[in-house]
Design a protein around this ligand. Structure first.
Ligand code: GLN
Length: 304
């Protein structure tokens, strides 16, 4: 049996000494204030037991990691009909790119690029007030984490809303193609609040257990659905860095511009890592490096 606590502690110690930490996202002004010196790694076992090191009790903005939870909710609500409005292919483009939407008639490539996530949020909004949908999202995440103390940071939501020109453009472009059901202001307003959910690295690790598929994990989606969400995380969870992430880490993963990554070792563990500095694709630089080392030490890559 690998000595997980020692491995996790060693990785955190190694990361503390890294000088090249990447750059914090600055297009959302509130995120630009976050100290890039922080790092946390947490591994949640199927039992719920968490092994962590570093700043694992510090809340951070989960941003696009929220797209995993909204996808699970949307599939629960709409089933496979969701796939009429969003695809399942990697985009090979930046998370906020508008390029493919014109050629592909307003159908985003996948649910993890911004355009796709906006469609997913729009789909779960249908007929409900944003407040109700956000309450449902928080209820889902709290149930997954087994922790009620998870909230939305309103200052981060407001800060993103004030600079959301690109996301509004994506929504309006999809509306022009008949792929938006609500006014763009309503959908984007909901989307920026969803992205502004704050969690600690330990909470996020626990919240990912519903995708691990081992006895003891919360069963919030069916095993077949968990398998498919994992497949999408593997192929699309890191945008135009998804191939590189699969190559280096070999686990389904979803990143966010807050510097968080949720990675799933099927049958074994849910892993969260957080370091605010990003690489050129907007994925946590040290987060990726830490996961690469964890997988090397544990042999947890799905590719053996
Ligand atoms: N809220 C962010 C945005 O829409 C999420 C992007 C991300 O985390 N990659 O720009």
């Amino acid at each position: 049996m690998t000595d997980l606590p020692a491995i996790v502690a060693q990785i955190a110690a190694d990361m503390a000494g890294e000088v090249e930490r990447g750059a914090v996202a600055d297009y959302i002004p509130e995120l630009a204030k976050v100290d890039p010196g922080q790092f946390a790694l947490a591994v949640a076992l199927p039992s719920g037991h968490v092994i962590s090191a570093g700043d694992a009790a510090t809340p951070f903005s989960i941003q696009s990691v929220s797209k995993v939870f909204t996808l699970a909710i949307a599939l629960g609500r709409l089933g496979d009909s969701l796939w009429n409005r969003v695809g399942r292919e990697p985009s090979g483009l930046a998370f906020n790119s508008i390029l493919q939407l014109e050629n592909e008639a307003g159908i985003p490539r996948n649910p993890f690029v911004n355009a796709g996530a906006i469609v997913v949020t729009d789909a779960i909004l249908a007929g409900h007030a944003p407040k109700v949908v956000l309450a449902e999202l928080l209820a889902f995440i709290r149930a997954a984490a087994g922790d009620e103390d998870i909230h939305i940071n309103k200052a981060v939501a407001r800060s993103e809303q004030a600079t959301a020109h690109r996301n509004i453009a994506l929504a309006e472009f999809m509306a022009a193609h008949g792929n938006l059901r609500n006014p763009s202001a309503l959908t984007i307003g909901t989307y920026v609040h969803q992205c502004a959910v704050e969690m600690t690295t330990a909470q996020l690790a626990r919240a990912g257990r519903f995708l691990v598929g081992a006895p003891g994990c919360p069963r919030l989606v069916s095993p077949a659905r968990a398998r498919r969400i994992n497949a999408l995380m593997m192929t699309c969870g890191h945008y135009d860095g998804s191939g590189e992430f699969a190559y280096r880490v070999g686990l389904p993963g979803k990143s966010g511009v807050g510097g968080g990554i949720l990675a799933i070792a099927p049958g074994r563990a849910s892993i969260a890592v957080w370091s605010p500095g990003l690489n050129a694709q907007g994925n946590s630089r040290l987060g990726t490096l830490a996961l690469e080392r964890l997988v090397r030490a544990t042999g947890w890559s799905v590719f053996g």
